[in-house]
Design a protein around this ligand. Sequence first.
Ligand code: MN
Length: 207
Amino acid sequence: MSNPTTPTATAAKFKLAELPYYYEALEPVFTEETLRYHHDKHAAAYVAKLNELVAGTPYESMTLEEIVRRSDGAIYNNAAQAWNHEFYFDTFSPEPQQAPSGTFAEAVDNYFGSFDAMKEQLAKACAGLFGSGWVWLVVDKVGRLGIMSEQNAGNPMRYDMTPLLGIDVWEHAYYIDYRNRRADSVAALWKIVDWKKVGERYERARK
Ligand code: MN
């Protein structure tokens, strides 16, 4: 990613990953216009700001995950948003696995009753989150699944939880395609969430 706002761009430590699919690949759930704004403008701005803020601080030598776990204030906000967005975009696929499988599917049934019940609870959390934030499907250290609603940039790693799925409910995530209809944007999301990726995150966390 290039950063046209600062001459230190070539030395920028953190870079925004390219989307793992074409900009139009998730249509009609998200249009190319949404992804060009969401990835190239919003997510890129967090990364650019983070690079500005960490320059000359001890955070410069940390990984993005370490910064998310250890920083506060503006550095935390921008680091978490940088991490959250890369994780978010990497959750979708134009040809997703439509449902959990294997041990992850068993865990979903165990903790939520069913896959449909889990999606319902996630959607409810998205609808109930006031203002901007993220709804997370997480697994804790002993393997329990849960849902967390976090304001603003809030990231579950702060609480030693491993994120499996993050739903961005900031208006910028859906406003172009869905206007004020957040619930519709979440309902449509299930068509592009790749449960194979989510399951792999679960497997990694359980090792
Ligand atoms: Mn966003």
